[in-house]
Design a protein around this ligand. Structure first.
Ligand SMILES: [Zn+2]
Ligand SMILES: [Zn+2]
Length: 396
């Protein structure tokens, strides 16, 4: 039994001084004031809260940020580096992450659940679903080689896309990821992604398997098609406007702006494309975000970090820092815990009786300064009721 005493954020509100009692892998009790059961290990924490959530990342296990490297990486290297990244995420305070396309995440999920590796709970998509010749298809390779190596499954037509969902399910997917558009990854312009009829078939098939659908959407057309197809979360969401925001709100779709990836420059060779990218990103940090906030969308933290040098796992708290420019620190904490868990359809993100014991203990209060979510401020992480030291007390 572990007893935690201190200021608490329970996923919804602040308790100035309270006690959390963890028994086995569950939260047994949360009360106001101090109440220490006999024979319990006691930790006096300055700030106790649910573990952090990253709703959008990739375990690519590569140093570089480009599509070819993500596809041709040696898969054993990717697995070993990603196992390291799992531990880094955990010791940085993350107890739940969602991988939206990689070669190793369904296996990380499997091994973490068996208790064989350290790390957060992983909700993995397995294959991401995309069109042939899209932004995630390394076109320098022959198509059969590209498909063989890809973390995406290329599908063209509603029939093929239904099969693609089943291919992901076969791998062990717990969410389905679709590309409703391209990205900046190759060249900088936005190419079209899956068409509306394909998206509809994917959503129908995914929901038959009780899986949520996450849609990578750049530009209004891709956002609109994703909404009309019935997806559950909009990823990136560049080019949000009042019309699409109202529809997102009405349907209870989550909006995951992945600001952390855009604060880091992406290599774009074509100068025209570079200007275009910069304009869209600038708009994302201003108009898109103010529309999302004013429509009171369910905004969740997601970094789109991939485990590369520039987007390393462990610094995923950056998303919370960036979101704090648009909302109060308390709202950022909700976006990082309870709201993100709801978006991932996982019973987590709250310190409540009967919930799984996934908690963190911080040295300083993040409601006063959101930077206090940084890894060196994390003293302890409790995952499934087991106590680990965070980077505040642990050195690699
Ligand atoms: Zn994406
Ligand atoms: Zn992504």
């Amino acid at each position: 039994m572990i007893t935690l005493v201190g200021k608490i954020f329970d996923g919804e509100r602040i308790i100035e001084q309270g006690t959390v009692i963890v028994e086995n892998n569950k939260i047994e009790r949360i009360v106001e004031g101090i109440e220490i059961p006999q024979g319990s290990t006691v930790i006096h924490g300055n700030f106790i809260m649910p573990g952090l959530v990253d709703s959008h990342l990739h375990f690519f296990g590569v140093e570089e940020d480009n599509v070819l490297s993500w596809n041709i990486v040696n898969e054993i290297d990717a697995a070993i580096r990603s196992t390291r990244d799992m531990e880094r995420l955990l010791r940085s305070g993350f107890t739940l992450v969602r991988d939206l396309g990689s070669k190793v995440a369904v296996r990380l999920d499997y091994l973490q659940r068996r208790g064989e590796i350290l790390g957060p709970t992983v909700i993995a998509s397995g294959y991401s679903l995309a069109i042939t010749g899209g932004n995630d298809d390394p076109k320098d390779l022959p198509i059969d080689i590209a498909q063989r190596l890809s973390y995406s499954f290329y599908c063209d037509s509603p029939y093929e896309c239904r099969k693609a969902v089943r291919m992901a399910v076969r791998q062990g997917a717990r969410v389905i990821k679709v590309y409703a558009s391209g990205a900046f990854s190759q060249g900088g312009k936005i190419l079209p992604g899956l068409a509306l009829d394909e998206l509809k078939a994917i959503v129908d098939e995914s929901h038959r398997f009780s899986l949520k659908v996450a849609s990578h959407a750049y530009g209004k057309d891709a956002i609109m098609d994703s909404i009309l197809a019935g997806v559950d979360t909009i990823e990136h969401g560049l080019g949000l406007d009042d019309e699409t925001a109202s529809m997102i709100k009405e349907r209870g779709i989550c909006y995951i702006p992945t600001l952390a990836t855009y604060e880091i420059p992406f290599e774009v060779r074509d100068p025209e494309a570079k200007v275009y990218r910069e304009e869209l990103v600038k708009r994302h940090f201003s108009e898109d975000m103010s529309i999302a906030v004013s429509h009171k969308l369910k905004i969740a933290t997601g970094t789109d970090y991939v485990g590369s040098k520039r987007r390393p796992h462990g610094r995923n708290y950056r998303e919370a820092v960036l979101l704090s420019k648009y909302m109060s620190n308390l709202e950022v904490l909700r976006a990082s815990t309870s709201i993100a868990s709801e978006c991932l359809d996982v019973k987590a993100g709250y310190i409540r009786e009967g919930y799984r014991a996934d908690l963190i203990i911080l040295k300083d209060d993040p409601t006063k300064d959101i930077e206090n979510l940084k890894p060196t401020n994390v003293s302890y992480v409790i995952k499934d009721g087991r106590l680990y030291t965070g980077y505040g007390l642990y050195q690699e």
